[in-house]
Design a protein around this ligand. Structure first.
Ligand SMILES: *[C@@H]1O[C@H](CO)[C@@H](O)[C@H](O)[C@H]1NC(C)=O
Ligand SMILES: *[C@@H]1O[C@H](CO)[C@@H](O)[C@H](O)[C@H]1NC(C)=O
Ligand SMILES: *[C@@H]1O[C@H](CO)[C@@H](O)[C@H](O)[C@H]1NC(C)=O
Ligand SMILES: *[C@@H]1O[C@H](CO)[C@@H](O)[C@H](O)[C@H]1NC(C)=O
Ligand SMILES: *[C@@H]1O[C@H](CO)[C@@H](O)[C@H](O)[C@H]1NC(C)=O
Ligand SMILES: *[C@@H]1O[C@H](CO)[C@@H](O)[C@H](O)[C@H]1NC(C)=O
Length: 631
């Protein structure tokens, strides 16, 4: 009763702007309120002749209160588990009902369920003691229809990753009255439109419904870059499929398109390879930490259903010591006492470079992993970073650290991996060293087969992007000075307890050297890269205009020496979303930061409340409520 009286006298704050994240190319909004009808009907139509969704005018969604409650209780129990088992059930009966049209239909249903089930009341975006919500007792106008018009119908056959992911991502939203419209040219465009549509709505604090206060809404949107990626290393520390599923939810809400899973490394091999079972049995940190073929497939299917292509990296020939647990004869310089001579971090060990058994191993591995991951992605990451020269002095098949001796062998090795990847229809991605340090010949952008256009991922220095482009390759940016998420947390190593290095460190010496680690134990890429730093990174700086077309996009990267399931979310978010806007909307500048704080702040609250993502705050709550804090 007291609350009602207070509500009766409090002032009405000016309506804030619609905060879509990432920023759409064109957006116009008003300040009229529409409520979402709980019996909203959605229809999906596509144009080209007979290949349509089930009908010319297919009623895809008719919401009932029971369904909403159902969805909410699923959410409370662990929505992820339910989604996973839905996919598994779908694929168990032999006939896999996973196609572009099922993705779009599910996306419509899931989006509407999520909007109806939202608990996001944006009080943090408004000053204290102001009313920002529509009067719930006033007469309501409703949105009762959602019409989705997709120009090109989804192909009728089973899911084809390149056809889906390489579709036109542009979309338009129009909301004037009781009928909302989403228009697109392709299935992925429809998915992107729905991802924005979801951000138009808020929950009323009295739980009396879902509304948007911004009508009329007119949005026309398209991405700057196709490759809008996040890389997560699941080998250095333990992760579970649920971690990636939750991350995919956040990526989808920021319209990211590619999840790069750095799946194996020297420290552990968590990925099950059925044709080489001992790899994971012996190479995983613990039997409970093996990613089965089924769980990997579920993560990929979940990603595809949200427009996120989940692709794998099995880094070779470096970063491979964990193979030695199952196949000791394939690895040179395994676990040397002086690891720092033979690897970038403990432990050392690298695939031998001139051994038939290694070629056979690589063939078996690729024939296992490529066909199955290639059902849901059109990319494969070959690795190729930090190949250590000294390790080959201990490789009895070469016994040399001379780049001129090693280069032809490495070319042959990479030709094998890249060639097999293309043979299975997967476009290869390599780390920059293969091109820039080793001068390897790789299939390039000029190739008539698009699958054979190698993508080169630049991580050391953005000045190298131009060099990659000049050599005729397409580039992925995201260097460690700007877009590494693991920087600034300090080293994970300790100085020698005795103060001096033991005999044999450095290699082949009697030891007695002082530790290189000094107070305050900063890491190699300190300081911490905050979201404003990531947001204002300009990957195109200094790159000739004529070459910029060759940039495929970028990735933010989460290396996991000091990260696991427990702290993944706060390390990723909101920084990944900040990068996502650079990738979708184009290069940002400092003048955009103030507005970004408020829009990203809203994105973060929505992610916390509706996706259960444990994101770090974007700013202090007081600043968010007051509309900004400047200096
Ligand atoms: C809210 O603001 C009104 C004036 O707009 C004022 O009269 C009232 O005391 C305020 N309430 C609280 C709890 O601060
Ligand atoms: C669809 O394709 C047409 C023709 O290329 C283009 O003009 C339009 O912007 C695209 N996107 C949408 C949402 O219609
Ligand atoms: C609703 O808005 C759409 C799009 O502007 C328009 O075509 C339609 O005629 C409107 N319907 C009504 C009933 O005003
Ligand atoms: C590679 O191995 C072959 C046969 O084992 C040997 O003849 C050749 O010299 C080796 N190459 C190098 C560079 O060591
Ligand atoms: C690659 O080319 C660069 C520049 O021409 C040269 O400095 C480098 O030594 C070459 N690397 C190898 C492994 O041949
Ligand atoms: C180790 O040191 C000895 C003595 O200095 C030297 O003869 C030998 O070549 C060294 N071995 C390696 C692999 O560096």
């Amino acid at each position: 009763m007291l609350l009602r009286m207070l509500l009766g006298v409090i002032s009405i704050s000016a309506p804030s702007a619609l905060a879509v994240w990432p920023q759409p190319a064109e957006i116009e909004t008003g300040n009229h309120v529409l409520w979402l009808d709980t019996a909203l009907q959605a229809t999906l139509r596509c144009d080209n002749g007979e290949d349509q969704f089930h009908d010319q005018n297919y009623l895809i969604y008719k919401n009932h209160l029971a369904q909403i409650l159902d969805w909410m209780s699923l959410h409370a129990q662990g929505f992820m588990d339910t989604v996973q088992s839905t996919f598994t059930d779908k694929s168990r009966n032999g006939e896999v009902d996973f196609s572009e049209s099922s993705i779009v239909e599910d996306a419509v249903r899931d989006t509407l369920s999520a909007i109806h089930g939202s608990r996001f009341v944006p009080w943090k975006l408004h000053k204290r003691n102001t009313t920002f919500e529509p009067d719930q007792s006033a007469p309501r106008q409703y949105i009762s229809r959602l019409q989705i018009q997709q120009r090109n119908c989804p192909p009728p056959e089973r899911f084809r990753p390149s056809s889906f992911f390489d579709g036109d991502e542009s979309y338009e939203i129009l909301l004037n009255n009781g009928t909302a419209f989403i228009t697109s040219n392709s299935s992925i465009g429809t998915v992107r439109g729905l991802q924005t549509f979801q951000q138009l709505f808020f929950a009323h604090s009295a739980l009396s419904g879902i509304y948007t206060p911004f009508v009329p809404v007119k949005i026309a949107d398209r991405p700057k870059w196709r490759h809008r990626g996040l890389s997560i290393d699941i080998a250095r520390n333990p992760f579970e499929p649920q971690d990636l599923l939750r991350t995919i939810d956040g990526m989808a809400m920021a319209k990211m398109s590619r999840l790069h899973v750095h799946a194996t490394d020297s420290q552990s091999w968590p990925i099950e390879i059925s044709s080489l079972p001992e790899l994971a049995q012996k190479g995983a940190y613990h039997p409970s930490l093996v990613w089965t073929a089924r769980s990997l497939r579920e993560v990929q299917m979940y990603g595809a259903s949200k427009g996120v292509s989940v692709y794998l990296e099995i880094d070779v020939p470096g970063h491979t010591a964990s193979i030695a647990h199952a196949y000791p004869d394939l690895i040179a310089a395994f676990n040397e006492l002086d690891w720092s001579t033979f690897a970038a971090e403990p432990l050392s060990g690298q695939l031998k470079l001139n051994l038939t058994d290694v070629d056979t191993f690589i063939s078996t591995l690729l024939h296992d992993i490529l066909p199955r991951t290639g059902q849901y992605t059109s990319l494969y990451h070959v690795g190729g970073d930090e190949v250590n020269l000294a390790a080959y002095t201990l490789d009895e098949t070469v016994r040399s650290d001379n780049p001129e001796v090693l280069q032809p062998l490495l070319q042959r090795f990479i030709d094998h991996v890249v060639g097999t990847s293309i043979q299975f229809g997967l476009r290869p991605v390599v780390w920059e060293e293969m091109l820039l340090d080793w001068n390897l010949t790789l299939p390039s952008a000029g190739h008539e087969n698009p699958t054979a256009q190698t993508l080169v991922q630049v991580w050391r220095n953005s000045e190298r992007i131009e060099e990659v482009l000049q050599r005729g390759h397409r580039a992925i940016f995201g260097d460690y000075h700007h877009w590494y998420l693991d920087c600034g947390y300090g080293v994970f190593l300790d100085p020698y307890a005795t103060g001096k290095s033991p005999p044999g460190v450095p290699y082949n010496t009697s030891g007695g050297f002082s530790s290189r680690l000094k107070k305050p134990f900063l890491d190699y890429c300190a300081p911490f890269h905050n979201w404003r730093h990531m947001y204002t990174y300009d990957p195109l700086a200094g790159i000739a205009r004529g070459l910029q077309e060759g940039v495929e996009g970028g990735e933010v990267l989460m290396w996991s020496e000091q990260t696991d399931s427990q702290d993944l979310d706060p390390k990723l978010w909101p920084r990944v979303a900040a990068a996502a806007e650079v990738l979708w909307s184009g290069v940002r500048d400092e003048s955009m930061l103030e507005a970004a704080t408020s829009r990203l702040g809203e994105w973060r609250e929505r992610a916390v409340v509706d996706l259960g993502i444990r994101s770090t705050p974007v700013t202090m709550t007081w600043c968010l409520m007051e509309g900004g804090c400047n200096l």
